[in-house]
Design a protein around this ligand. Structure first.
Ligand SMILES: [Zn+2]
Ligand SMILES: [Zn+2]
Length: 103
């Protein structure tokens, strides 16, 4: 199905490609291929970031490479059914999600 990959460079260059590419056309640096996020399925509990890290359940997965999905967040909103849409970010930027840290 989705046979494309996202390639990223440290200079900020980012592109979707079907073929294997290794060098950044802007800075000639090494491109990093972003893999599909394994285990990203509805029902998985992850952390969603506001100021703190909140537990959130994956409701719907829109893109397994960027990790863009719909989450239901627990403990942050006054109502129980608050949903957010956001992408994966291992650097824990605001309004992103990541796998729950191991202690
Ligand atoms: Zn570059
Ligand atoms: Zn966390």
């Amino acid at each position: 199905m989705s046979a494309y990959y996202i390639y990223k460079c440290t200079c900020g260059y980012e592109r979707e490609r079907y073929r294997n590419v290794k060098k950044c056309p802007k800075c000639k640096g090494e491109l990093k291929r972003m893999e599909e996020l394994k285990g990203l399925v509805p029902g998985r509990i992850v952390h969603w970031v506001c100021k703190d890290h909140y537990p959130a359940m994956v409701i719907k997965v829109d893109d397994k490479v960027s990790g863009y999905c719909v989450l239901r967040v627990f403990g942050q909103f006054p109502t129980d059914d608050e949903r957010v849409e956001c992408a994966f970010d291992e650097k824990c930027s605001p309004n992103t999600w990541h796998w729950i840290e191991r202690e």
